[in-house]
Design a protein around this ligand. Structure first.
Ligand SMILES: [Cu+2]
Length: 253
């Protein structure tokens, strides 16, 4: 007789629901921002809060997943990581679009944003349906991974960590400490448009030395390295930035 299939962790599923609501909220805010630009330019701030909330939820999901390592998982860890990354990307890109909009305005942006008629909310709510379809597609992906057999993943763990350079132009990262599992580790750095200077990110330690390309204001770059257990250093390799405090520790365990 086959052993009973383990049930998905209800806490984990409710965190995914929270994440989906956050994705939907950021998509609707972006729609409103674009429809009512520049009158409602302040919505960009709310989208930024969604992005931070998304980070918090992603962290909680991965923490929950790691904490349940001793139990036979109903969800494949690699699938959970992929889904968390995909949900996170949607909110990230919404935030980046809002940030870029602020960067282009007011000199290069028309007084009023003109959306194609089929996208305009007054014409049948295509955008709302689009956001709903996105959520449905993501939920379907979650259900698909739920129904997968609970066999341990043979795929190596891959962790994506997010960093942001200071928006006020200071030589500072948003985090001074990062944690990851051994395996492929990617650090994604976003340089806000308001930083006014280039930044990059480098990982160093235990024979590893890898750096990203340089990101100008309003751009993002990433660096990936295969890391084993240990403590590494991450810093901005742009001249003088590390010395000014743009550095931190990356603990792999
Ligand atoms: Cu820098």
């Amino acid at each position: 007789m086959w052993p009973a299939k383990p049930k998905p962790d209800p806490e984990l599923l409710s965190l995914f629901e929270e994440s989906a609501r956050n994705v939907q909220r950021s998509a609707l805010l972006l729609r409103d921002l674009l429809t009512n630009y520049p009158e409602q330019a302040g919505l960009a701030r709310e989208i930024l809060l969604c992005e931070q909330e998304g980070d918090r939820i992603a962290h909680d999901i991965l923490h929950r997943l790691a904490g349940n390592g001793h139990r036979r998982a109903a969800l494949d860890a690699a699938d959970v990581h992929a889904l968390v990354g995909a949900l996170d990307d949607i909110v990230d890109f919404a935030e980046e679009a809002a940030d870029q909009l602020g960067r282009l305005a007011p000199t290069r942006w028309p007084n009023r944003c003109v959306l194609p008629p089929r996208c305009h909310p007054d014409r049948g709510g295509t955008m709302r349906r689009g956001a709903t379809i996105t959520i449905l597609a993501l939920s379907a992906a979650a259900v698909a991974s739920t129904s997968a057999e609970g066999t341990p993943s043979t795929r190596a763990a891959a962790t994506t960590l997010k960093l942001r350079a200071a928006a006020d132009g200071a030589n500072r990262f948003s985090k001074e400490r990062l944690r990851a599992e051994p395996g492929k580790v990617t650090i994604r750095l976003r340089n806000p448009s308001t930083s006014g200077k280039p930044h990059a990110v480098e990982i160093e330690g235990h024979g590893v030395e890898k750096e990203s390309a340089v990101a100008g204001p309003g751009h993002r770059v990433s660096v990936t390295a295969k890391l084993r257990r240990g403590t590494y250093e991450f810093y901005c390799p742009v001249d003088g930035h590390k010395a000014a405090g743009m550095e931190g520790k990356l603990v792999v365990k």
